[in-house]
Design a protein around this ligand. Sequence first.
Ligand code: GTP
Length: 648
Amino acid sequence: MATMESLIGLVNKIQRACTVLGDYGGEGMSLWEALPSVAVVGGQSSGKSSVLESVVGRDFLPRGSGIVTRRPLVLQLHKTENGSQEYAEFLHAPRKKFTDFAAVRKEISDETDRITGQTKQISNIPIQLSIYSPNVVNLTLIDLPGLTKVAVEGQPETIVEDIENMVRSYVEKPNCIILAISPANQDIATSDAIKLGREVDPTGERTFGVLTKLDLMDKGTNAVDVLEGRSYRLQHPWVGIVNRSQADINKNVDMLAARRKEREYFETSPEYGHLAHKMGSEYLAKLLSQHLELVIRQRIPSIIALINKTIDELNAELDRIGRPIAVDSGAQLYTILEMCRAFDRVFKEHLDGGRPGGDRIYGVFDHQLPAALKKLPFERHLSLKNVQRIVSEADGYQPHLIAPEQGYRRLIDGSIGYFKGPAEASVDAVHLVLKELVRKSIAETEELKRFPTLQSDIAAAANESLERFREESKKTVTRLVEMESSYLTVEFFRKIHFEQERGQDRDREKDKDKDRDRERERDRDRDSYSYRYEKQMYDRHDKQSSSNVDRYSDHYLKRIGSNVIAYIGMVCDTLKNTIPKAVVYCQVREAKRSLLSNFYTQLGKREKEKLGAMLDEDPALMERRETIAKRLELYKSARDEIDQVAWK
Ligand SMILES: Nc1nc2c(ncn2[C@@H]2O[C@H](COP(=O)(O)OP(=O)(O)OP(=O)(O)O)[C@@H](O)[C@H]2O)c(=O)[nH]1
């Protein structure tokens, strides 16, 4: 019985492991998949049910002469807590607990009749019986209808084949251990059990030869040749058995008494005395236990592999969804700061390269700003008419004598005002890029994924900062533009004055130099406002054929306009360079330096509850993590259980 004990321990551990694995369905491995089943196979009345009972150690199967087992009986033994009451339950009557095993026997018999009628018919619909007991191992035993050679009165012709096919469907499963029962009072060469065993298990590794009814052999004959493996060789040793006779059953001889009788039989037998220690039901039970243990142990590596694989998967998933968060406020603050830093890292990567987005800021400076500047309506503002109007207005009642100082100022002031638009537009464009980068960075910060509340807190704080930077940046670029109005570059006008003198000389030399003049202009930046402006003025002038009657000649006004345009072109070039500097200084640099600094200040002042609230997770995620953590624990304990078994 020591072997049975260790088998119970082993199977229990695997049971616990498999319950864990099986509990979650799908990939889980059920206990019954991990464990082998044992089927008894043999001719009619060969003693199958008797042998099965001996292995289980209980009387509960109907027995008798003639065909008794007419439906497969799938018997699942479930080990229960020590001290708990033994009971049986049928699948066809789930809520009914049988504690009286005589009643179990009767129910098997009645249930057989329910399907087959009280005839000699058989059915392949199994009866499922579970026995819950502290004294059994978790195991499936299958009692099968006896194989027969001919159909008897009341049976269909196909019965021989039908039974064989049914039995085969059970024993051909590689997980099935075959107890091949042959009665000693028949020639072993005609044994149906051996024949089928050889067919489904040619190497004989899962077939056990059992010889029953040794006591019923003819006087003067014995089965020593069979038992010693000479008649038919099997990998496992043959076991001889003496079950209760029909007379014993009728007299209600109990199992203990039957065992004693069997032991005495072998010990006192002149033929089998030398084999006594390897004979009998108890020895068969022991042999079977040992084999089961071996087979079950062979399954351990694959069970452990499955457990390890699942543990790895669970750990990976936990890593993905994040480990649980701490409860004390210090640790929470730390977690929040860590996450802010992670976000900050991603954000900076976007700006500095490594991640896309920062280049769009350069796009604003390189493309958007110059394009906007080019579109400014200077040509309209400095049209001949406008120049004349503004210069005249600035002069007032007294026309200027040498140069229209006030006129220039007004023309320039009015023009410079136009730069505010593109300057502010650059600020706004960069603001939008930064805002988008904040949004992107939050989405891309792995660590933040599980904390929707913190995500929106960080987003709000970052956007608030960006808004502040934008205000500051707008003030600065406006100032840059205003600075251009507040003090004009003197050198420019001195140079103009000088050039104009020269120009007047040339005028005197008149149009013969006109071509040369144009050539000089062409040499200048063709893209500049002054070039385009002057060209337009020339063209217009040619068409208008100088019918002007105003204070100043068209030529003179055109000069003023083109001077202003040239000056504005210079201012434009300056602003094209300084606006980006201001924008980067006020917005980009600040975003990199102090996007979350206000947030940090606020964080320091928050109470514990508020910190906890910031770390609120998606409830579904929390639940998932809990489930995974629990499963992980179970799997680890299952692995421990099995490890203990494996190293024994
Ligand atoms: N004397 C003696 N009788 C036995 C032995 N084994 C079985 N019997 C008797 O043989 C009869 C059939 O035994 P079962 O255990 O019902 O045989 P079975 O193979 O399950 O029979 P079916 O289910 O009908 O095929 C019963 O009356 C048993 O008492 C044995 O070793 N010695």
